[in-house]
Ligand binder design. Structure first.
Ligand SMILES: Cc1ncc(COP(=O)(O)O)c(C=O)c1O
Length: 389
């Protein structure tokens, strides 16, 4: 079946193409000026001191947990209604994910459930700003302070979102000890593949830079030395600790820099598209639309996901839309019910809100330049699929 209306699409203009091409005309394709400039712009945008660009959001989560010192024997509280990378990263550092319940409206961690999940082994709360809706940072921050836990924000779906009452509102990614951004092509801001870790603490930033670059103490690229025909940086082969190759190439950083400069305009397009769906879908009985406004929050629209009426078979609706060339997504199957978690102690957990909400979720085609007439087609197709005949 051909996809006529895709689920997501990146928004790439001539400015991005020129910026990437300009990098390709240089001989520095890694660890160069674009990385430095992209990191500086990301830190400024989020009002934090440091941004460390990495090869993906998942790599960012991995490094952030390592930087926090989370490891074997530690527990990290996470939502089960989230992308699988959140749990995978915790497992990657040999710690244990502990699933907490979500709030049925915001779909973010429910602070009361988080507090109940705390044990003497808990080290951190991994707060995901799901679908670009900022989590309840005041309550979660207070819990973390009370129990001396770290907060790792996962803002992979929420670049540009804000929490708090203006003028004290702050961007998602500026609340945690560390925060992670993701730049996959379905995200509000893309670098193809990519991510970043944000922090205020210089020691964290140093460690993150080292870990993303094979545990090196220097970010200097030996090719740059060769080009400048200066002696090779003596510490390129000095490794302070075992690390990873989670570097982000110069082309990706150049792309990210242009995208960040256009973010305000891109978020406005997404918000307008969300509001159009809200009106187009208002007359479908039993269909629950995502809130277009929430108190104390500026939403950065990642996906537009509806909840189907309770008695409607999602498989049937999805197949019917697919038959008409309309792509949809099941965001997200609960992690604790994934095959990968079968046999794991937390698979026996009961998370009634997560388990009631997840099977009804359906993400509709949603991207910056979705044509309003296409949105109408999606709405009509969905209406027919929900109530055939
Ligand atoms: C909440 C969340 N965390 C982490 C990630 C992982 O990011 P990446 O795909 O860049 O590894 C994603 C990506 O979709 C995400 O939505």
């Amino acid at each position: 079946m051909t996809v006529r209306i895709p689920l997501a699409a990146p928004d790439i203009t001539e400015a991005e193409i020129e910026a990437v091409t300009a990098v390709l005309r240089t001989s520095q394709l890694s660890l160069g000026p674009e990385l430095e400039a992209f990191e500086k712009s990301l830190a400024e945008y989020h009002s934090v001191d440091h941004a460390v660009a990495v090869s993906s959001g998942t790599a960012g989560l991995h490094l952030a947990l390592l930087a926090l010192g989370v490891g074997k024997g530690d527990e990290v509280i996470i939502p089960s209604f989230a992308f699988i990378a959140v749990a995978n990263a915790v497992v990657q550092v040999h710690a244990t994910p502990v699933f907490a319940e979500i709030d049925p409206v915001s779909l973010n961690l429910d602070p009361a459930s988080v507090e109940r999940a705390i044990t003497p082994h808990t080290r951190a709360i991994l707060v995901v700003h799901t679908f670009g809706v900022p989590a309840e940072m005041d309550a979660l921050g207070a819990i973390a302070r009370r129990h001396r836990l770290a907060i790792l924000e996962d803002a992979c779906e929420a670049v540009g979102a804000q929490f708090g009452d203006p003028p004290a509102a702050r961007r998602a990614g500026s609340f945690g000890d560390l925060a992670v951004l993701g730049f996959y092509p379905n995200k509000q801001l893309t670098t193809g593949e990519g991510g970043a870790v944000l922090c205020r603490d210089a020691a964290y930033a140093r460690r993150l830079r080292s870990l993303r670059n094979q545990g090196r103490s220097s970010d200097r690229d030996p090719l740059a030395d060769a080009v400048e025909s200066s002696p090779r940086s003596p510490d390129w082969l000095d490794h302070a600790e075992p690390g990873y190759n989670y570097r982000l190439a110069e082309m990706a950083c150049a792309l990210g820099r242009v995208q960040l400069s256009r973010l305000h305009e891109m978020l406005a397009l997404r918000e307008a598209a969300a509001k159009r769906y809200d009106e187009l879908l208002a007359d479908i009985p039993g269909l629950e639309r995502p809130p277009v406004e929430l108190p104390r929050r500026a939403i950065s629209w990642f996906v537009y996901a509806v909840r189907l009426p309770i008695d409607v078979d999602r498989n049937r609706v999805q197949s019917e839309l697919a038959r008409q060339g309309v792509a949809t997504g099941r965001y997200f199957p609960p992690i604790h019910l994934q095959p990968a978690w079968r046999g794991h102690a937390s698979a026996a957990l009961s998370l009634p809100v997560t388990e009631a909400v997840a099977p009804r979720m359906l993400a509709l085609p949603f991207f910056n330049r979705i044509d309003p007439s296409r949105q109408r087609e999606v709405a009509d197709a969905l209406r027919r699929a929900i109530s055939p005949g």
